[in-house]
Design a protein around this ligand. Sequence first.
Ligand code: PLP
Length: 500
Amino acid sequence: MAITDSHNTQPTNGTQSKLVASAPDAVPEPAQISPALLHRSLHQQPYKVTSAKGLYLTLSDGRVVMDACGGAAVACLGHGNEEVLAAVTAQMSTGVSYLHSLTYTTDVAEDLAHHIIDGPHGAGRYGLERAYFVNSGSEAMDAALKLARQYFFEKGEPRRTRFVSRKQSYHGTTVGAMNVSSNLPRKVPYANFQSENFSWVTPAYAYQYSNWEAGETEAEFAERLVEELDLHIRTLGPGSVIAFIAEPLVGATSGCTPAPKGYFRGVRDVCDKHGVLLILDEVMCGMGRTGTLFAFEQEDIVPDIMTMGKGLGGGYSPVAGVLVHKKIVDVLRKGTSSFNHGHTYQAHPVGCAATLAVQRILRREGLVENVARLGRWLYPFLLETFGSAKYVGDIRGRGLFWGIEFVGDKVTRAPFPPAVGFGVRYQATCFELGVAVYPGSGTVDGKKGDHAILSPPYNVSEVELRRIVEVMKKAYDRMEEEVDRELAGREDVNGLTRAY
Ligand SMILES: *Cc1c(COP(=O)(O)O)cnc(C)c1O
């Protein structure tokens, strides 16, 4: 089973490598191949990075690459920040690198929670009054699911056992988080791990899922989706659903897709009507990535539980977190007074020190505001650069989180046949030209569709951004030419299926 997904393959080397005119030095020497480390692919070796600073990665072959995606929208401060290094060193110098959280706590963990909850920027303004720190977005999602279940258990509604999320979404890789997700390529071998407690509704993905051909407006699309959710919950049975789970902007699965205006307001109302909790997964789109610290701040609603991850620690430590609304904490307080869930490394002192340093820098330097400012400039620039490109169907996102969706036919919005491998090849071409973007395939339905994500650090300059977009356009032009050549003489894009 071929799985061509950014999560499971070596995107930079490309699964369609036979089709890519890759530079000879992209092929690693046998001596570099480590037989001991299990990479994502058994037959492709990722590039080795020997140093990194700010926006730039230096590879072992001496090449320098602009990291325009921060891995998977992780490196929000860029690489090699000295202040974060100093904070980590200072914490380790106290001798306190690890403590068991049942018995001990640290200033860095307490201060990090205060930093995120308190004050004029804090989540406390929205009633989110406690933070729980774990080590990955998947762990954060699992914690959120279990906390939501415990809430109803203690509230005396133990018959609530179901979770509803959306098709074309990703919530993590552990068995619990995978159950919520519907990113199909990432679930192929585990079909029988799927619990019946999970189900999915239509994604809020207007470009491919609205009835645009019939002239459906943004508001009508939002309303239709909200009605579907309402019906879905009623069909499952009132009192059987624990929570609805959604990414405010869908990240890796469909490429920075915001919901139509009014959608989340409607979702919040449906959840409230049925007593269902709303869990927002901000692992990828949160912590400033879209121009506000929390992505939900642009949606006129507040979640009951939210998760954060990638941009929280900016890659300086494996850290993620859960923010919990007072409504949940109050029920636990009256009940068992504890969250029946724990990790050895929860609120890890060194991780919290790195994360607190990252978050303090973001606030002190006004970097979230910078994301909003740059985003307002970047969108028109992307439109100007790519808007008339033959295979660019949609450009969407917010702040410094932009997805470009590639289609085989702009008029019908039909994606390329998967065999073309447009997204993965596009990423490989950008990389050859010195810019790392995050690739995506299966954009439309888990099988078909291609996109690339641009998610640079929050402190990127306008000059650097301009350079990145220019290289991305050059890579696109090269891809267009290549694909046109492959398509030559064929009347419809579906002919491509036979061409490969
Ligand atoms: C990356 C991601 C996760 C999982 O986070 P990990 O740190 O990889 O476990 C969960 N939800 C979303 C939206 C993500 O993008």
